[in-house]
Design a protein around this ligand. Sequence first.
Ligand SMILES: Nc1ncnc2c1ncn2[C@@H]1O[C@H](COP(=O)(O)OP(=O)(O)OP(=O)(O)O)[C@@H](O)[C@H]1O
Ligand SMILES: [Mg+2]
Length: 355
Amino acid sequence: MSTSTEHVDDVPQNDGTATGDPHVSRETAPALSWAHGGLPPAIDGHRAALVASVPMADESTPLAAQLAIDARRRIELQGRQFPRPARTRIITVANQKGGVGKTTTTVNIAAGLAQSGLKVLVIDNDPQGNASTALGLEHRAGTPSIYEVLVEDEPLANTIQECPSVPGLYGVPATIDLSGAEIELVSLVSRETRLRRALDAYLAEREERGEEQIDYVLVDCPPSLGLLTVNAFVVGREVLIPIQCEYYALEGLSQLLKTIELIKAHLNPELRVSTILLTMYDGRTNLAQQVAAEVREHFPDQTLRTTVPRSVRISEAPSHAQTVMTYDPGSTGSLAYLEAARELAERAPQRADLR
Ligand SMILES: Nc1ncnc2c1ncn2[C@@H]1O[C@H](COP(=O)(O)OP(=O)(O)OP(=O)(O)O)[C@@H](O)[C@H]1O
Ligand SMILES: [Mg+2]
């Protein structure tokens, strides 16, 4: 079984389940243009014809095949407004396994949704503060953050910052203080439901004031099943599990699902695993294909068709305090996350009055 990952950029981003996409791909050059203002509205009606006009490339020419996929994705997604959900969707991004792409998925899906016309709030519920970094949020010690919300009953509104590079995207940062919260929470009343209370109160206040609905709340979790993650499961109505297509990926999944079942039984009956995203996918390896096939077999309805490839652009973006959606909008990784965001948005019950 081949497990080669020598050329991390030179990898497939689709496991072949998306219609018409070949098994091969390659990170594209960064120069591809992407106007966030989008195509003129008139072009919406012509997208299908434009997509059809992109020449097909067979699997013997992987670079050409990937360029064709990216070109079709750009035409399909550029300037597209995603549908607004009927009510705020609160999605907890969790997997107690470390480094599987939780934070990367949270910030890039959030940016993809916001770029496509939706109002999105990211809650960084991980003491590492990686989501805060990627979104360019101030998160030095002393900054009002999720710690104050959880431990000191600070209203959530006082901690929200606007993400500097993506209009419509907001974030609650995590500071180093949060690393003590697991222990501090133990002795507090209603320790499992503190985040839920804070968010429910904030959303209710907004509604009372007649403010625009927040369409999506995404909560990034630490790699553990402690009280911070429990708070995130209690606030979420949906769980998104990123799964890295590697050998150990499925180990620990049953424990995660058991924890979710316990939370559902005792604290949050609405909670369900709605979405699974395969990340860092390298379709040249049998291993990645086997992991993807196994995940799809067990979770046929939850697993998104789109997979996210390994991409240097995705991993570089946080060092520029950006998501890949603004750091390199035309790259394969960015387009994959935008496609995943679209799939997520199109699965939701939608507001009939809007699109
Ligand atoms: N598709 C990708 N291609 C290349 N690198 C990636 C990709 N997705 C994530 N990474 C990199 O892998 C590392 C782990 O990703 P990330 O921080 O999103 O995982 P995580 O599950 O949030 O980790 P933790 O459990 O520590 O919170 C990071 O360095 C990130 O930049
Ligand atoms: Mg993380």
